[in-house]
Every structure is written in C-alpha cells, then in structure tokens.
Design a protein around this ligand. Structure first.
Ligand code: URP
Ligand code: ZN
Ligand code: ZN
Length: 466
C-alpha cells in the first residue's frame, strides 16, 4: 500500500524543505518537490505541519527491577505512551544483575518485550558484574545479538557498581570490538558516605537525595571515566543522563581534544530544579528523585545544558524513562530519602519538551530533530534505517503541528504513573500524526496501533567512531 504525505515541511540534517513524502509498505520510497508526486494514492494532508523522523529514545527502563520494586511501565504501556508522544523507537536497557549470566539477563529482557511493544525497540546491556564471562559475552552480543553498547555504573555500590579495574577491562574489550561504553558517572562510594552522614543528622526529606549527590561527584566521575577510556586507547564513551555544568565541561574538554567522548542529557535537567521540584514541601519531592539528581536553579546548569545541545557537546536527548508511582513505590522512602526508588517517567513528552526549546529560541528546528532522532540513530547503529526522512529508510514519520498546543498532565498522559513530573506544563506545539513502518498508529490523539507490532532491532556499531 502506498501513502503520500503532502504539503508539509520536511526537517532533516540539511534543513527544512517543503516536500511530499511517498511511503510504500514499511519504507519511504521517494521525497518529491511539492505537488510533483503520484496522484493515484492515498494521501495525508500535512499542510502547515513539520514532517520529522519518528523520535528515538535511546534511554528507557521498562519494568526495571530497582529500589525494591519495578519501574511501573511495561513494554506494553511504555511503548504505547511513547507512540503518543512521537517516539517510534526505544532503546531499553537489558540487565545482567550481579552474579547473573549475561545471556540469561538478555533472554529475560527479550521475554518481557517480545509481543508487547507498540513501536520498534532495541537493547543496550547493563553489566552488573564485569568478569571473564561477561567480557566474553560482550563480544558475543556485538557479533550475534545486535547489542553494541554496554552500561556501567560508577554509582550504586552493591547494586550495579563496577570499580575502576572492572571499568577499564570492559573499556579495553569495547575498544577491541567497537562497542560503546555508556557510563553512569557519579562517585557512588563517596555519595554513600554523604547519605549516611545526612541520615545520621536526621536529614531524611527527598531534597537530601540531591544534596548528597553534589555536582563535584558527577564531574569527578565523568573526568575519571574519560581518563579510563583514554587509557583504554580512546574507547568510545557515552556519558548518560548528564545534569551538571562541570560534568559537561569535562565532556567538552575531551571532545575539544578530539576524543571519542559523547554525552546525553534529559528533559528533566533542562526544565526541573532541585529547589522547585525535589524541594517541594513534605514528601512531594520524591516524585523527582532520580540520579543524577536535579540541580540547583541558583547555578547555571540549565543554561549550560542548552548551550551544550547547541554546540554538540551534548549530542542526544533521552528521557531515562524510569517511572514509579507515588503511592506504594515512591512511598517506600517515607522517612528515608535513600529508599525512594530512583527514576522519573517522561517517554511520552520528550519530543514536545524539546520542541519547546525551539519555540523559546534555544534550539534550531534542525537541531531539535538531530537531538531527538537523527543523532541517536547514528550514535547507536540504527542509521539510516531510522532517524531520517529519506528514501530507503523505515517510514517512521511524525507530523508535528507548530500551531497546536499540548498540556501535560496525569489526567491525559498514557504512561502507567499516578503523577506527572511535568504536571501543568503547556507546550506550544503538538504531535498530530505518528506513522511507524508505514502504519498510522496515532492520529489526532486517537490510538490506532496494536500491541505486539513493534519489532526488535539488532543494531550495528556507532557511526561516530574514529
Ligand atoms: O534515577 C535513575 N536514573 N533511574 C534509572 C537508573 C539509571 O541510573 O539510569
Ligand atoms: Zn544511570
Ligand atoms: Zn537510566
């Protein structure tokens, strides 16, 4: 079946161009000058709308076991919510728990996702234990499973934590097989000392989660990760959920030196703050407990992060979607902030929240599309199948209405959460139509897709490596 999208403005790496897009089956087959496409096909009128590649959220945690509970979105609920928000691919983190065989962790993740996804999905692998077996498994996952990126943790001692020796060994392996090391860069050993000292002083409210994870310990860990990657002969390194100015400065310095160092930030760090959200009265701030934490509005983190997005020191915006309900989940930490499950849900809102950056004059249209779709595809080996509106690519297309409005609320969102981190936010733009591999799955706010239609995407190596 063919479909012609007419009258829109296609946003891509080379700019914004009025064009008509022809889809045949699951693929884009041609991009025409306006009005020059075939006339004997079904059409969608995109007049006044931006035609952009479907969003790629490169950092989600569906059903993650964490903090004594599980992230509250399943692959079913989470990918459906993603679709509503214009995201047509997620890259979720399969987990090898400490002591577990890597392939068993991966098999468990496939079992959770298979038959349940509404959009296409791929996996990174969290290594909860670096040893001879998991190092061997890294080679196998790259060669046979389409998993080409591995997340390590300098935080969470006793849970996912790796020491510097383990990190170095994994980086050396990645240097050999071309994989990307993704790093949760916070000094977890030092943080645990600060947490125990705060609790001993009776400082138990959610805001102390942020106060005990200071910027210096994100910057220090970021620096250390960059140095370890240098020792591993410039192993490709991607800093996840970067939140702080001084951590960004470490990434920028490495990039200025020509290193294979990349970073992402997340909408929560661009919009939310330690004081206004994490410091909300009583236990309310638990909704915004995540790691790295929200930063102080009295410093310049948000200004610097937007600048980093413009300069490409921050290449990608992902959500780190890791939702927990307030009731019974966040409430596990009443009286002890260290027991609040870490994570914020936002997979539905990333495309809109970043478009607000365009409206506010902080990002160009082209940079919006790069950071939410094209660069994640290139970074994680999905390009050109995903991330661009061009002949030969999958027909993952969003029609975005710059004259629409989106009001974010728990009353209207589709994520399985009993609150919204962005309650009441108004975005000057709206996802109008979402097409996934040629199928219209969202149209004017109505869901038309089906559970199980999403496919697993084996990935290649990053396009950015030298
Ligand atoms: O708070 C967060 N980020 N939760 C998810 C796990 C992680 O570290 O990414
Ligand atoms: Zn992390
Ligand atoms: Zn995460």
């Amino acid at each position: 079946m063919t479909l012609l999208i007419t009258g829109g403005t296609v946003i891509g790496p080379t700019g914004a161009d009025p064009a008509d897009v022809l889809v045949d089956g699951e693929k884009i087959v041609a991009v025409f000058a306006p009005g020059t496409g075939p006339s004997d096909t079904e059409t969608i009128d995109a007049t006044g709308k931006y035609v952009i590649p479907g969003g790629i959220d490169a950092h989600t945690h569906m059903e993650l076991p964490f903090g004594g509970t599980f992230a509250s979105d399943t692959f079913d609920t989470g990918t459906r919510a993603a679709a509503f928000g214009g995201t047509t691919t997620i890259i979720d983190f399969a987990v090898q728990r400490t002591g577990e065989v890597v392939h068993d962790g991966l098999a468990a993740w496939h079992a959770k996702a298979a038959g349940n996804c509404h959009v296409d999905y791929a996996f990174h692998m969290i290594l909860g234990g670096v040893d001879d077996d998991s190092l061997k498994a890294m080679d196998q996952l790259v060669a046979d499973e389409g998993i080409t990126s591995f997340k390590l943790f300098m935080a969470y001692p006793g849970v996912f934590y790796s020491d510097d020796g383990q990190i170095l060994r994994a980086m050396q392996k990645a240097r050999d097989n071309g994989a990307m090391i993704m790093m949760h860069a916070e000094n977890g050993i030092a943080i645990d000392v600060l947490v125990q000292q705060a609790l001993a002083r009776g400082e138990t409210d959610p805001i102390y989660h942020g106060i005990t994870r200071p910027e210096a310990l994100e910057a220090e860990a970021t620096h250390r990760a960059i140095m370890l990657a240098e020792v591993a002969q410039d192993c490709p390194l991607y800093i996840v959920h970067l939140s702080a100015s001084r951590a960004l400065a470490e990434v920028a310095a490495a990039r200025d030196a020509g290193r294979n160092v990349f970073a992402e930030t997340c909408p929560q760090y661009l919009y939310l703050t330690l004081e206004d959200q994490l410091g909300a009265p009583g236990f309310e701030g638990a909704k915004w407990v995540c790691s790295t934490p929200l930063r102080s509005k009295h410093e310049h983190h948000q200004r610097d992060l937007w600048q980093g997005l413009r300069s490409n020191d921050l290449a990608v915006v992902s959500t780190d979607h890791c939702p927990f309900c307030f009731k019974d989940q966040k409430e596990l930490g009443v009286g002890d902030f260290s027991k609040i499950p870490n994570g914020i849900g936002g997979v539905e809102h990333r495309v809109d929240l970043l478009y607000q950056g365009v409206v506010d004059g902080k990002l160009s249209l082209q940079r919006w599309v790069e950071t939410i779709a094209t660069t994640p595809a290139r970074m994680f080996g999905l390009y050109p199948r995903k991330g661009v509106v061009a002949p030969g690519s999958d027909a993952d297309i969003v029609l975005y209405d710059p004259n629409g409005r989106t009001r974010i609320s728990v009353e209207t969102h589709h994520m399985n959460m009993d609150h919204s981190a962005y309650e009441g936010y108004e975005i000057a733009g709206k996802v109008d139509t979402v097409i996934s591999r040629g199928e219209v799955i969202v149209s004017s706010g109505e869901y038309r897709g089906t559970k199980g239609r999403g496919q697993y995407l084996p990935r290649g190596l990053s396009s950015y490596l030298v």
